[in-house]
Design a protein. Structure first.
Length: 137
């Protein structure tokens, strides 16, 4: 099953500062025909986006050195309101969810491959609906 009906081979920007987790996530996504650009910091990811690199989704951990994944996700949501964003963390959801802007998805750790792929499908599915503030009245 394709992760996205709109993108046969979605390009995912993956932010994870733990090398082993970055590699596992990359392999999982690549096994589903995703092109993955993995970086270990929010600053590197924001640099790619600000330079005009095109991505179909952002997937980030919350706890990163420097700028947090929450702050990064919120900045990206403001700059790219239609870009699907998935945030993951081992923190309790009640500590993360209130900090995220509308439309940003959350996947609690630990997760298995099936849960990750389901969360990504939901992100793509929701992204192809108009955000509430962009719908025609």
């Amino acid at each position: 099953m394709l992760l996205s009906k709109q993108n046969v081979q979605p390009r995912v920007l993956l932010i994870e500062d733990a090398e082993e987790t970055l590699e596992l996530s990359r392999l999982t996504l690549e096994s589903q025909a995703c092109e993955v650009v993995g970086v270990s910091s929010a600053e590197a990811a924001l640099g790619l986006l600000n330079a005009g690199e095109r991505f179909d989704m952002l997937f980030t951990d919350v706890v990163l050195g420097g700028i947090s994944g929450i702050e990064t996700a919120n900045r990206v949501r403001d700059a790219f309101p239609r870009l699907p964003i998935l945030v993951t963390s081992g923190m309790e959801p009640h500590r993360v969810l209130p900090e995220l802007r509308a439309g940003i998805h959350f996947l609690p750790k630990p997760y298995n491959m099936s849960e990750l792929l389901d969360a990504i499908r939901r992100c793509f599915s929701d992204a192809h609906r108009d955000p509430p503030d962009l719908r025609a009245a």
